[in-house]
Write a protein that binds this ligand. Sequence first.
Ligand SMILES: Cc1cc2nc3c(=O)[nH]c(=O)nc-3n(C[C@H](O)[C@H](O)[C@H](O)COP(=O)(O)OP(=O)(O)OC[C@H]3O[C@@H](n4cnc5c(N)ncnc54)[C@H](O)[C@@H]3O)c2cc1C
Length: 426
Amino acid sequence: MANWTVPTEGTADVIVVGAGPAGSTAAVYLARSGLDVMVLEKSTFPREKVCGDGLTPRGVKQLHQLGIDTSGDDWIRNRGLRVVGGGRTIELPWPTLADFPDFGLVRPRRDFDDMLAGMAVKAGARLRTATTVTGPVLDEKSGRITGVRAKTESGEQTFSAPLVIAADGVSARVALGMGIDKRDDRPLGVAVRRYYTSPRTNDDHLESHLELWDRSDPDDPKLLPGYGWIFGLGDGTVNVGLGMLNSSKAFGKTNYRTLLRTWLDGTPQEWGLREENAIGGIGGAALPMGFNRTPHYDRGLLLIGDAGGVVNPFNGEGIAYAMESAAIAADAVLQATGRSGAAREAALHGYSSAMKAHLGTYYRLGTIFSTLIGNPKVMRAATTLGLPRKRLMYLVLKLLAGLYDGSDGDWADRVVRGLNRAVPSV
Ligand SMILES: Cc1cc2nc3c(=O)[nH]c(=O)nc-3n(C[C@H](O)[C@H](O)[C@H](O)COP(=O)(O)OP(=O)(O)OC[C@H]3O[C@@H](n4cnc5c(N)ncnc54)[C@H](O)[C@@H]3O)c2cc1C
C-alpha cells in the first residue's frame, strides 16, 4: 500500500503515544501497511519497565503474529504454570490448543520493549523518544483530536494527525485530556516487583504463589486476593513480585513493599530471595483491568493497552492483551483509511465493538471473579478445595489464562465458551 501523505516533520497519518508493547505493536502493523506513523515516547531506549517479564502462550501468539522469532537465547521458554498454595505444589502444563502455542516466555522488559520499538522503526514508523505528550490538541468546533502537545528536548512542540492512538499506559494522559475517565465499576490491581540473584534462575515453569497473607495485624492475618510470582530470567536472576486486587477490604491499606519483603522472608533461605541478593529497588504500578477506561474509540482517539484498561482481571496479564488491542485498533484504522465521513467513523467505532466482541464477556466473567475472590473465605476455599483437583485446575488454568480454543477443542474449552455465552459483555 502506498503512502498517501508526504511526511512532514510534525504531521503524520497516525500518531501513536507511547512505545510500550501496545504502541510499538500498533506502529508495526500500521507502518507495514504503508501509513505514515509517528510514535512519541517520553523515555529513551533501552529503559526499565516495572513488570513481571512473563508471557503466557497468549502473549507468545502475539509475538508470532508479528513475525518475531522466539527461538533464540534471548527468550527463556516455559512449559507450564507451577501453582503453590494450601500446602501443595502442582504443575500445570500449558494446554495443547489450535489457537495458542504450548509454551510461554520470559524476557526482561528492558530488552523486550527495546526490541519491539526497533521493529516499529524497521517497519517505517518514525519514533521520537524523550518526547513527553502533555495533552491532546482538539478541534474547537467538533471536539475531535487533531494532534498532541509535547515537551521535547528542544521545547514545547505540537504534532498533528487526523488519528491518535493512546498507548501511554496506565497514566492515560491523552485519554484524560479528552475527558475519558477511569471507570470505578471495573477491577483495579496493584503490583510490585524486584529482581534478585537466585539459584532459581533456570526454571521451565512460571511459578505462582496463591497465599498472600497480610500480617500487619498479627492477631488477625488476612488472606489477600492476589498472588506472588517467581519467574526465572536464566541469567542468574529472577523477577519476583506480587499483585493484588482492589476487591478486598485490605486494598489501599496494604503496604505492598512490606508485603513483598514479608512473603520473601518466609521463602527457603537457599532460594536467595533476601536483601543482600536484591538488584535495584522495588518498583510498583497499577494494573487497569476489565476495560476500566472506555469508550475505546472517541473523536479520533483510540485507546489501546493499559490506556484502555485491557489487563486481564483473572490473572493480571497485560502484555498479550495490549498487543491484541493494538492489532484490532490497527485493523480499524486501516479499514477507515480511504473512507470518509460517516463511513470512516463507522470503521473507527468498529474498534470499540471489536474489542467487546473479542473480550467483553470474558472480562465480565473476570470482573465477577475478582469480586468473589475479594472475600477471604472464597479465596481460601478456592485454594484449598481447588488445588488438589487436577481436572478442575486444568479448567481453571484455561479460564484464568484465557487459553481456550474459540471453536472445537476439548470439554474444558467448551465449558469456558459456555461460561462466556452465559454473561453479557462489559
Ligand atoms: C509489577 C507488574 C508486573 C507485571 N507483570 C506482568 C507480566 O509478567 N506479564 C504481563 O503480561 N503483564 C504484566 N504486567 C502488566 C503489563 O506490564 C502491562 O499491562 C503492559 O506493560 C501494558 O503495555 P502498554 O504498552 O499498554 O503500556 P506500557 O508498557 O506502560 O507502555 C506505555 C509507554 O508509554 C510511555 N508514555 C507514558 N506516558 C507518556 C507520555 N505522556 N508521553 C509519551 N510517552 C508516554 C511510557 O514511557 C511507556 O513506554 C505487570 C504490571 C506490573 C505493574
